[in-house]
Write a protein that binds this ligand. Structure first.
Ligand SMILES: Cc1ncc(COP(=O)(O)O)c(C=O)c1O
Length: 327
């Protein structure tokens, strides 16, 4: 990436498989046009149906597309739980989950991060993420299942983790009732979907306001996502995993306190966070410093995200830059 005329190595993108700039993905944007209206009016396009069918085949369940992950969570969480229901949300859940639950008339219970033992007995729906984007950790989803529905937002895992890139739940052999996946992160395009039982799809089509009252995804975006889905293969996932391992091990060796697992790699830098991020920038590495109130006091950090297309040399350069920044 270029910033202020300088070439930097970007360690802050969610384009985990390097597909955003892939020539075949970019070429796919050349076809089709805007939807022209909401899908329920006249905006339904063959590309939407093709993409939903490809995702449904991959995931083994019906899928409904949304313009973004933000829309998907608003629709799912604003529609499914009803007045009188109890909905449980992990404290580190993304803003789109929080806002979706704000639209619901259900009673919300926010649990401290990764505390499934505190799920109340009367919970109707529990919402967690597959891979948390600030801490880089994955919940043990078996511990979150029970006599309630489980919704897993796989925004940072879809395409990148699990068999065929189906996410953390598939990796752990858990089938959540509802899944949210985004097409703008590991798949490098834009848009999102909700997967679940056929009745859920019907419900969201008829009552999901974030589906009904918005223009359908532009056809080129759906076509590009179809190409990205095909290109998101095991080889890219393996390179991503190797880079994540290399970065994690290297950072530990230079004395950094590394959180989580997989391709989101935060290091706790506390009061030195902004100085460390500035030093990294000087060394040609772009990674943001994340401070209170985004994270709790004492947990301030620099957060790296790895990509399958980073070379081993670029990963090593990042490790060396951290060593310098922490010195
Ligand atoms: C867990 C989670 N869900 C949903 C979203 C929103 O996805 P989108 O960028 O497609 O709106 C994000 C984006 O950062 C996210 O991290």
């Amino acid at each position: 990436m270029r910033l202020d005329g300088r070439e930097l190595v970007n360690f802050s993108s969610n384009d985990y498989l390097g597909l955003a700039w892939h020539p075949e993905v970019r070429a796919a944007y050349g076809e089709g046009g805007g939807a022209g209206s909401a899908r329920l009016i006249s905006g339904n396009r063959p590309a939407h149906d093709l993409l939903e069918a490809a995702l449904a085949e991959k995931l083994g369940r019906p899928v409904l597309l949304f313009s973004s992950g933000y829309h998907a969570n608003l629709a799912l969480l604003g529609t499914v739980p009803e007045a009188g229901d109890v909905v449980v949300s992990d404290a580190l859940n993304h803003a789109s989950i929080i806002d979706g639950l704000r639209l619901s008339k259900a009673r919300r219970v926010v649990l401290p991060h990764d505390h499934p033992s505190q799920i109340p007995a009367d919970a109707r729906l529990v919402v967690v993420e597959g891979l948390y984007s600030m801490d880089g950790d994955t919940p043990d989803l078996c511990r979150w299942t029970g006599d309630h529905w489980l919704a897993v937002d796989e925004a940072h895992a879809l395409g990148a983790l699990g068999p065929q890139g189906r996410g953390v739940a598939a990796m752990q052999g858990v089938e959540p009732d509802f899944m949210v996946g985004t097409l703008g992160k590991a798949l490098g395009v834009a848009g999102a979907f909700v997967a679940g039982p056929a009745a859920l799809r019907e419900l969201l089509i008829s009552q999901g306001r974030a589906f009904i009252y918005t223009t359908g995804m532009p056809e080129p975006v759906a076509l590009a996502a179809l190409v990205a889905l095909r290109l998101a293969d095991d080889e890219r996932r393996e390179r991503l995993a190797q880079n994540a391992r290399r970065l994690r091990q290297g950072l530990q060796q230079v004395g950094a306190r590394v959180l989580g697992a997989h391709h989101v790699v935060p290091i706790v830098t506390r009061e030195r966070t902004m100085a460390a991020a500035a030093r990294l920038l000087k060394e040609g590495i772009y990674a943001p410093g994340i401070r209170f109130p985004t994270v709790p006091q004492g947990q301030e950090r620099v957060r790296f995200t790895v990509c399958s297309e980073h070379s081993p040399e670029q990963v090593d350069r990042c490790i060396d830059a951290v060593a310098t920044a922490l010195r």
